[in-house]
Write a protein that binds this ligand. Structure first.
Ligand code: ISC
Length: 366
């Protein structure tokens, strides 16, 4: 696909063509500051050491409300799962090993992720998939973008997803974050569903998982803000597939740090990495293959420094022929995590992407 789409309930940024690519966050931020670019769009990968996708687009369309895609995006092709990496039982075993490490080591939390490889009968149009995801997940931030600028491994690839998690947003001197961590699968029965949400809100394990993320964001934002409002307890938010614990955080920035630099300062949070962050990143690199842009961040930043950066979860990377896709899901592991429940949690999270493609996932064991 050409370009970049970020559709949120209140605003859509749709950009096409490229005037210039940037190699890193500081050079993009400098171009915005000097007035050499009016907008930068793109994505940062999960690993802070891998190439970014940051571009000044040729044309930009900013509209109120969610993206109004093609009148009739048409049917998506039939898609099936061709591999799971690692196999579900191996993911359970990995989580068990991580739990052992967390019980005896200095690491308090680490996020373990797995992948599902999908094959499509016909090419899967990234924007048609995005349109389907907007329809199914109207409250999420739906994105679709070309990843080619990240190098040969990504030529012609695109990333498509519908994320419920805002990494950071800046409007003038106001900075907003809404980290998510702590999850329970939604239930078909309304009474059971309500109870699942209430239990999540009272779960010491999930509150601990959540607390690490809030502490990280507070520690990164506090030096940059004259005021910072961090709620003492999280609230419950729902997607069609899962309940989450969420903390809406708001601050007043002291100086003109732009949204892109804020994203770079916060990313990856313990919602995707763990605590302490470096130890968790080290464990992830030893237990998993490169996450590429899963768990990274997707967004835009304008010349005023305003912008929105979304955590790249509930997403898939499409190959250049659009016949293959890789979807990821992860979950925070702490010392008292149950490995089988953690597998089920990733299955519930995968439903956002797989459901849009009409692919069935195994029902969870809960
Ligand atoms: C890592 C993912 O979710 C994050 C966001 C919300 C809740 C999470 C959790 O409960 O572990 C994760 O931190 C994912 O969707 O793949």
């Amino acid at each position: 696909m050409d370009g970049f789409l970020l559709s949120r309930a209140d605003r859509t940024v749709h950009a096409t063509g490229t005037r210039r690519f940037f190699d890193d966050v500081p050079s993009a931020s400098q171009a915005l500051r000097r007035g050499e670019a009016t907008l930068v769009v793109g994505a940062l990968p999960f690993s802070p050491h891998r190439p970014v996708v940051l571009a000044q687009p040729e044309e930009v369309d900013v509209t109120d409300g969610p993206w109004q895609g093609p009148e009739d995006p048409g049917e998506l092709p039939a898609v099936r799962i061709s591999a799971e990496v690692p196999l579900p039982r191996v993911h359970v075993e990995r989580v068990r090993r991580l739990v052992d490490r967390l019980s005896f080591g200095e690491t308090k939390k680490v996020v373990a992720a797995r992948r599902v490889v999908l094959e499509a009968d016909e090419p899967l149009d990234p924007l048609a998939l995005a349109a389907r995801m907007i329809e199914r997940h109207p409250d999420a931030a739906t994105f679709a973008l070309d990843l080619s600028a990240a190098g040969e491994r990504f030529w012609g690839h695109s990333l498509v997803g519908a994320s419920p998690e805002l990494l950071v947003s800046r409007r003038g001197s106001t900075v907003t974050c809404r980290p998510l961590a702590g999850t329970a699968a939604r239930r078909a029965d309304p009474e059971e569903d309500r109870r699942a949400g209430e239990e999540l809100l009272a779960s010491a394990k999930n509150l601990a998982e959540h607390g690490y993320v809030v502490d990280w964001i507070r520690s990164r934002l506090a030096p940059l803000c004259s005021e910072l409002d961090v709620p003492g307890t999280p609230e419950l938010v729902a997607t069609p597939d899962v309940w989450h614990l969420a903390s809406p955080i708001t601050g007043t920035l002291r100086d003109g740090i732009d949204a892109l630099t804020l994203a770079w300062t916060l990313h990856p949070t313990p919602a995707l990495a763990g605590t302490p962050r470096e130890a968790a990143l080290d464990l992830i690199s030893r237990f998993e293959e490169d996450r590429r842009f899963f768990g990274g961040t997707v967004g835009w930043c304008d010349a005023e420094g305003d912008g929105d950066w979304i955590v790249a979860i509930r997403c898939a990377e499409l190959s250049s022929d659009c016949r293959r896709a890789v979807a990821w899901a992860g979950g925070g592991i702490v010392a008292d995590s149950d490995p089988v429940a953690e597998l089920d949690e990733t299955t519930a999270k995968l439903r956002t992407l797989l459901g849009a493609l009409g692919v069935e996932t195994a029902p969870d064991a809960g």
